[in-house]
Design a protein. Structure first.
Length: 237
């Protein structure tokens, strides 16, 4: 970390140790990134600093300006994201501060509760054994709906703590969907499964896939529970 201690401290406090791009709460797993790189004359100042999670930082670092693929974040864009997030952290005390904010956050929360029902899709995610047993793919449709809704910029909490959990849940679900997409195959027109024959033919892959899915589903359930509990407390729902 090359920012001086006082700059680093201010940035960490002002971001609440959340990533300024994806809003995930990072704790100690946070990087202070130079918006203008040091080799391009960027300084170790508060103005040139943006706190990021490891994933978002890796994505920004991996972008190759010589062989561009996709759209890089511009400097001004990074600053805007950062300043908006800092304002949010500032405005968000222990309780949701003003009435309008409360109403907007209640809407997002009710939408999440409507899509991700604890006794339906979430219970399925938590309890289903993905180790080579077929399941109905349509059972995951609410997960896909949540995932797509999260692409909309207005689908976020104004409250910083709730937003941190929503963002974490989104990332976990993104990884879960990837695992399912790459490692399950249709059994018939409705059912899919991690191929049970992998247990014998390629046990290493089988175990790795099943462990990863079970770990993700455990984390998804825990994060979902935290979000619901905190939402009920903060939003009075
Ligand atoms: Zn991030």
């Amino acid at each position: 970390m090359s920012f001086p201690k006082d700059v680093a401290e201010r940035a960490l406090v002002d971001s609440g140790r959340h990533c300024c791009l994806c809003h995930k709460f990072c704790g100690s797993k946070i990087v202070l990134h130079h918006i203008i790189q040091k080799e391009d004359g960027g300084e170790d100042t508060y103005e040139n600093c943006i706190p990021l999670c490891f994933d978002c930082h890796a994505e920004i670092k991996a972008y190759n300006h010589k062989y561009p693929n996709g759209m890089a974040y511009s400097e001004s864009e990074l600053k805007k994201h950062r300043d908006n997030w800092y304002l949010k952290v500032k405005a968000s005390g222990g309780i949701v501060a003003n009435e309008d904010h409360l109403e907007l956050d209640q809407k997002v929360f009710l939408e999440i509760q409507r899509i991700l029902k604890s006794d339906e899709v979430m219970e399925f995610i938590r309890d289903n054994n993905f180790a080579g047993f077929a399941f109905r793919y349509s059972r995951l449709e609410p997960i896909n709906e949540f995932y797509h809704l999260c692409q909309k910029p207005e689908f976020e909490f104004l409250d910083v703590d709730l937003e941190g959990l929503r963002s974490k849940l989104y990332k976990l679900i993104e990884n879960f969907r990837k695992e399912i997409a790459f490692n399950t195959f249709p059994v018939n027109s409705e059912m899919v499964s991690v191929p049970p024959e992998w247990a014998f033919e390629q046990p290493e892959r089988f175990n790795k896939v099943v462990d990863t899915i079970h770990e993700l589903t455990g984390q998804i359930w825990d994060t979902y529970s935290d979000l619901i509990k905190l939402g009920r407390r903060k939003l009075g729902i």
